[in-house]
Design a protein around this ligand. Structure first.
Ligand SMILES: NC(=O)c1ccc[n+]([C@@H]2O[C@H](COP(=O)([O-])OP(=O)(O)OC[C@H]3O[C@@H](n4cnc5c(N)ncnc54)[C@H](OP(=O)(O)O)[C@@H]3O)[C@@H](O)[C@H]2O)c1
Length: 320
């Protein structure tokens, strides 16, 4: 079958198209003929060799087929969404039954793929870690991105007060406003506090969701109010934050939490009530996952370059 794989760690250029033997489903697994596969920032990190241990490391020696999400057909004709841990960038993939859901007819392949890693992450950032309460202000970094654009919409859905988006371009900020943010500002570290407080009617904020890391995370801490919570769930900037001192948390009565979806799915499976909720919200038109771009599978490299170049909003998908 057709697949994209890498034989050495590196940037997008190490992804190569190859003809490989198809996977075989074992007990408790289902073979899926892939209609579309999701691209995640995490794939880029895996290909770069940033995860050589733990649940996100390539299984076994290289070469390796990346990709965590697929939509496709089972042999008995069901149209399903599945979390695959690896092997998604291919014409066929094997999904554990606990990580598989049947898709509602109203939900497109691209929208469904957005809801899996990115949608579930946004759900848990707000519900399980930040525990957003009605009326609280929420700042979403990289709000036009895959995870960010869903976090903006879910914050609204979960009863947040003011939702403030950050994004790096006018187009992305306009998109963030269109999907429900009350304000959208540049997310750069310099002048961050002034811009965010200004967007929050002069007040410090309750919740900040950050996966940029480095100086942006450091600056964001300065914008948190009393009992404010920052959730860190990535470091797209590949820089390290330095202002996160335990003594500061106590003095300022602020909290910093973390979240990673991979061990959560390993523990609970992907196909639980949270994913059903996201699919239901989408089917009813209350949540609008945006597909920013679709690429032929053989152009996975271009998809990664676009994601790294901050050129695309929403979810990126590959079509085998
Ligand atoms: N912990 C988890 O379970 C989990 C799950 C999903 C994703 N994540 C993390 O969340 C982040 C977003 O992932 P995603 O898949 O949803 O991607 P994404 O948001 O669609 O794309 C990344 C966005 O990050 C922003 N960014 C800021 N600095 C950047 C830099 N130096 N290089 C590239 N992008 C930069 C860009 O938005 P602007 O141009 O607007 O700044 C870009 O659009 C990643 O760090 C990813 O690892 C974590």
């Amino acid at each position: 079958m057709r697949a994209m794989r890498f034989e050495r760690f590196g940037g997008p250029e190490v992804l190569e198209e190859a003809e490989v033997p198809g996977p075989v489903a074992g007990p408790g697994e289902t073979l899926v003929a892939v209609e579309a596969a999701g691209v995640n920032f995490g794939d880029i990190k895996q290909i770069a060799g940033e995860h050589t241990e733990g649940p996100y490391a390539p299984r076994g020696p290289l070469p390796h087929i990346p990709g965590m999400e697929v939509v496709g057909r089972t042999a008995d004709g069901r149209r399903v969404l599945g979390y695959v841990r690896q092997g998604g960038y291919a014409a066929r993939a094997v999904v554990a039954d606990r990580d598989l859901v049947v898709l509602p007819r109203e939900v497109s392949a691209g929208a469904a793929l957005a809801l899996l890693v990115q949608g579930l992450t946004a759900w848990h950032l707000l519900r399980s870690v930040a525990r957003v309460r009605p009326g609280e202000s929420v700042v979403v970094h990289a709000a036009a991105g895959g995870t960010g654009s869903l976090a903006v919409q879910l914050a609204r859905e979960f009863g947040a007060g003011r939702v403030i988006a950050t994004a790096s371009s006018e187009e992305k900020r306009a998109f963030a406003l269109e999907i429900g943010a009350d304000a959208a500002v540049d997310g750069e570290a310099g002048g961050y506090r002034e811009r965010v407080l200004d967007a929050n009617q002069g007040q410090p904020v309750d919740i900040i969701l950050d996966a940029v890391g480095g100086p942006v995370l450091d600056s964001a801490l300065d914008a948190l109010g009393f009992l404010g919570r920052l959730v860190t769930y990535g470091a797209s900037s590949r820089q390290t934050a330095t202002a996160l001192l335990p003594s500061r948390l106590a003095v300022e009565s602020i909290s910093v939490g973390g979240f990673w979806i991979v061990p959560l799915i390993a523990r609970d499976g992907a196909g639980g009530k949270e994913l059903e909720e996201l699919l239901g919200l989408t089917a009813r038109g209350r949540l609008r996952p945006l597909v920013g771009a679709a690429y032929d599978l053989g152009r996975a490299r271009a998809a990664h370059e676009d994601l790294l170049g901050r050129r695309t909003p929403g979810k990126l998908v590959l079509r085998p």
